[in-house]
Design a protein around this ligand. Structure first.
Ligand code: NAD
Length: 493
């Protein structure tokens, strides 16, 4: 399968004529080839988007929303087929792939509903016979840059609000996962989105991603990915005075207090640490446990990890799939060596899996470190693999301080039965998302999604907050007095 760009409603070869292999991480097999475009392809897409956006913005929002309803229906019809493709290109287990497609379906219906809301404000004027209101207006052409770990969900979090608000979108997906991008473009086409409103230009970050960031007709960049790249994009957008929304890394913790239901805590930790092989931005990579229950929790976690079946995610009985590629495996392994050198104790795992069927894919054993201290690199830096570090604390205050001591602030969780502890945690955990008696993953699409500190720059995906970056506020004053009325001056009349 050759994956081309989708520009102005047509499938097009990249101007470079170049393609790169797409590898199934479970088997090491090449399953497709993806266009490796150049800046010219971005320019062509942006010009077409600019043209199409003017018309699209004039379509009444409820009509724009009807396209999203149809997109939602098509995603629903094809859920199983899409989930299988997603597992093949990204590696996550099929159950999670179905969940990811479901997120897209939910987002389609939710954002379609926005077509009949897109609320602004009306407010009294300080002057007689004058009406005041503010409305959301689209920004124009939106550039979207996404990572490989949620190849379809993240694109829906960004493109659906952008499109319902009347923008046109140029999307650069991660080169590792272009198949989902092709499928989403096909669905938009079938759903009747006018040509030019949605484009996909494939390629690498420094060439194609950068061309999108720097293009003068792209008014907003919505990025999800690593901190390193996000920071670079933010610097460029700063110079260009371009709006930019960043969703970046995490170092998420589960706190387990001495009164916690340990069975539930173990389920939550295993699901959020080893689901998607630890490659979620919300993955649990730290466990902060009260010292009184540390030993028991470790014993139960070890038991649970031993039962996890690792393998090709298409097998329904597999719980942990491969990681994305060889480079990721090497990075994870480097961090494990660092942890050992720093003096952390390896409880289980800590190595690649190379035997039998594992030899061709990219598999890493679920890994647990204990006796980790908050200053160790494995407790501070994002590893993005199936590695979790256990740290012990003596109180809730200390647990919250350890949780908040890292540079990231995406997600945190607490297991406790004490309502006072719950409310203190809800108030004091410095993360964009807080879970009580659940792991660090499980966001629902109608709530804002994003993080504090190094995780983001204050914007949010999902929820109604997602509309903020894709719209400008326009304040409108209508004077029906028939005379000149000066604000702040003629107010006594
Ligand atoms: P990445 O930063 O390497 O790449 C993300 C995207 O940016 C890709 O499409 C890539 O091609 C592009 N890119 C790379 N260099 C670029 C440049 N110079 N200019 C423009 N674009 C460029 O990240 P990744 O490895 O694909 O994904 C993993 C990271 O994503 C992790 O850090 C993870 O935490 C983060 N993530 C965050 C969230 C969130 O919502 N906070 C969600 C998922 C993933």
């Amino acid at each position: 399968m050759k994956i081309q760009n989708y520009i102005n409603g047509e499938w097009k070869e990249p101007s470079t004529g170049q393609f790169a292999p797409v590898i199934n991480p479970a088997t090491g097999e090449t399953i497709a080839e993806v266009a490796m475009s150049g800046p010219n392809d971005i320019d062509e897409a942006v010009q077409a988007a600019k043209e199409a956006q003017r018309q699209w913005a004039l379509v009444p929002a409820p009509k724009r929303a009807e396209v999203l309803y149809r997109v939602g229906m098509l995603l629903k019809e094809r859920k199983e087929q899409l989930a299988r493709l997603l597992t093949m290109e990204m590696g996550k287990v099929i159950e999670e792939a179905r969940g990811e497609v479901q997120e897209g379906i939910d987002m389609a219906f939710y954002m379609a509903g926005e077509g009949r809301r897109l609320f602004g404000d009306t407010t009294p004027s300080e002057l007689k016979d004058k009406f005041a209101m503010s409305v959301r207006v689209p920004v124009g052409v939106v550039g979207i840059i996404t990572p490989w770990n949620f190849p379809i969900a993240i694109a829906t979090w960004k493109s659906f609000p952008a499109i319902v608000a009347g923008n046109a979108v140029v999307w650069k997906p991660a080169p590792e996962t272009p198949i989902m991008a092709q499928e989403l473009a096909r669905i938009f086409e079938e759903a009747g989105l006018p040509p030019g409103v949605f484009h996909v230009v494939h390629g690498d970050g420094p060439t194609v991603g950068n061309a999108l960031v720097e293009h003068p007709d792209v008014k907003v960049i919505s990025f999800t990915g690593s901190n390193e790249v996000g920071r670079m994009i933010a610097e460029k957008c700063g110079r260009l005075l371009k709006k930019v929304s960043l969703e970046m890394g995490g170092k998420n913790a589960v706190i387990v207090m001495d009164d916690a239901d340990l069975t539930l805590a173990v389920d939550g930790i295993i699901w959020s640490a080893f689901g998607t092989s630890g490659q979620r931005c919300t993955a649990c990579s730290r466990v902060i446990v009260h010292e009184w229950v540390k030993q028991e929790l470790e014993r139960r976690l070890l038991e649970a990890v031993k039962t996890l079946k690792i393998g090709n995610g298409l097998d329904e009985t597999v719980k942990v799939g491969p990681v994305i590629h060889e480079e990721a495996l090497q990075k994870i392994d480097r961090y494990v060596r660092i942890g050992v050198e720093e003096g952390a104790k390896l409880l289980i795992g800590g190595h690649r899996l190379r035997e039998g069927d594992y030899a061709r894919g990219f598999y890493y054993a679920p890994t647990i470190f204990t006796d980790v201290t908050p200053n160790m690199r494995i407790a501070r830096e994002e590893i993005f693999g199936p590695v979790v570090s256990i740290m012990s604390v003596r109180s809730l205050d200390e647990a919250i301080a350890v949780n908040n001591s890292v540079d990231y602030g995406l997600s945190s969780a607490i297991f406790t039965r004490d309502v006072n502890r719950v409310f203190r945690a809800m108030r004091d955990l410095d993360t964009g998302i807080v879970y009580v008696n659940a792991g660090t993953t499980g966001a629902e699409i109608h709530l804002p999604f994003g993080g504090t500190k190094g995780t983001g720059n204050g914007h949010r995906d999902s929820g109604v907050a997602a509309l903020d970056v894709f719209t400008e506020w326009r304040s409108i004053y209508v004077d029906f007095s028939g005379k000149l009325q000066r604000a702040q001056i003629d107010t006594d009349d």
